[in-house]
Design a protein around this ligand. Sequence first.
Ligand code: GTP
Ligand code: MG
Length: 651
Amino acid sequence: MRNLPFIVATAGHVDHGKSALVKYLTRQVTDRLPEEKRRGITIDLGFSQWSLVDPEQPQITYDLGMIDVPGHEDFVKNMVTGVGSIDCALLVIAADDGWMPQTEEHFQILHYLRVPHIIPIITKADRADADVALVESMIREELDETPYADAPIVATSAISGTGFDTLKSIVAHTLRAHTPHWDQSKPRLPIDRAFSIRGLGSVVTGTLSGAPLKMDQPVVIQPGGITTKIKSIQHHHATHGDVQPGMRVALNLSSVSIRKAHRFEPTKVGRGQVVTDPQLGRTTRCLDGTLERSGRSMPPDKTGSGPLRSGSRVWIHMGSDQILGRIEFPSSQPVVPGDHAAFRLTLERPCFALEGDPFVIRDGSQQKTVGGGRVWDTDAGSRRFRSRDQQTFLQSMMTSDASCGAYLRARLARDHGLHLETLQWLGIWTAKQLAREAALWVKEKHAIKQQGWMLDAAWWAQQVCEAFKDVQQHHQAHPEHPGHPIEPLRTRYLRCLPEASLWKALLESLMTQHQVEQSGDFLAHASHHVAMPDRLQPLADAISRQLKEKPLAPPYRRNLENSPDEGDAIRCLVRMGNLVELNKDMVMDREAFERLLQQTRRFLEQNGPSTVSQLKESLGISRRVAIPLFEKLDRDRMTRREGDLRSWRAS
Ligand SMILES: Nc1nc2c(ncn2[C@@H]2O[C@H](COP(=O)(O)OP(=O)(O)OP(=O)(O)O)[C@@H](O)[C@H]2O)c(=O)[nH]1
Ligand SMILES: [Mg+2]
């Protein structure tokens, strides 16, 4: 026996028989509000359960959470709230009325939200004025050239029961082919109802997607960042220890307060917020994405067919939430039906979203559905909308199949480096899906992997190449330097690397690909030798001459170094090995130093440990020179000092 949970919602024009259909299938009345009963119409979402045994494979039972939506044009905003994460829609069309304005509007909403299956159902087939054949051909025409063109159509009557066996077969057949929900480690429960029960506390209900939830699990409510714990769980009025994605769920949450009014309050809980994992998604007031406006014709009175101008106020519907914001397009050209456009949406309050989430846009007065699309950047506030990188990114997503691979490649082209571990929490794709696409891109040599990062191969090669060029240019400009000082290079590259840790990887690539070597605080090409620049040569010659004149009694360095250039010339002579630096105050001609070194060795080997006085006398040098000389030999581990005595230690 298999029990597969799925979510099925109704859709369609007012009075076409949605609630009657749900009642026939589930034996439950979904209209609860006194006003609904009085007016005989659905106003808000209704919920019930349908346990459908697969007529062809009776070992499978579909545990269906049914959402009944209102059809009246005034309540389309409630309808959108109900169909955010459904598997299948039953699009109801009355046999005596045909495809009407809200049939069309609901159909477009389902399409924008990428609902996987739509089953058109002709209701009221028993009515005297029903023309099933005509309505069927009308539906076929409307579905033509849409992803739902092949959907099976069934005619029913909730009075006589005609067509319901066929309907059950169609629903079972559709769901059998649909991939069951699985654990993607991204639990999301967009709240559609929130209330308090005396003695129990706060309860929220919604449709669970993305991952199971279990009792005692710590969760967060977004937007708001309210941390809480699941005290108990119900699914179709029965208590469960855990619940699976694809189920209608009621959660009893500890220490949260339910907001009374519809208005969003960040510290309270109500419809529109999402119960989720603390790591998941982003709360943001600025979204970038791609918008599509259906090119289907709409009846002229209540249409969404007017031009949509940059700067318009619109409602965005995502999950069970709806937020007012201002939409912006890259150009001043209005977006008309049939158009696609990149957009930025600046919201009046934060919303919770994952990159890749679908949404619906309605006009500022909630009268018309004007478009739908996908969110591609939940951190848009940190980027300029009209920047070339962001526009290229959004254009790529618009012309792509909006798949995980397309997202990864477009984002990599924009950001140059992606941290896959982080990315899995920002978007709708799992770590596994991202890793698979990344591996493909690496295999095709478009990307490389470095320390958990995926880097754009061409961009990375360019960074390494430019850093190498910097080192080379430094060699040319300053042949007297041992190499490019590392620190300024590091500071410069940290500004363009997506993360500081990648500097190490860049250094490594420089070393392995370009034979750059690090010595102390400098980077130099293996072939680099310090050389005297032409401009310093005359000064260097003069300094060398002075030192050679009195090889054993060199003047103090400050007396040789009367200008910064002379200082540079001395440093260069030291690096080139022509001079030896005894300490910061004294340099000595290399030949004289070598001679003194040999003499010291000979003296110490013959006479054993000796004092500075004995040594200086034998070498013919003053104490002024002897002290820095022997201290340098101690530092270089040529001599060893014990008290006042020095002995030769080098072997
Ligand atoms: N003859 C006949 N009447 C039906 C059938 N289905 C529904 N009705 C009637 O049509 C009217 C509207 O039905 P509802 O189920 O409330 O319609 P709805 O689509 O839920 O309406 P809203 O939720 O307000 O959009 C009711 O009076 C129903 O009794 C049917 O198959 N045959
Ligand atoms: Mg109804």
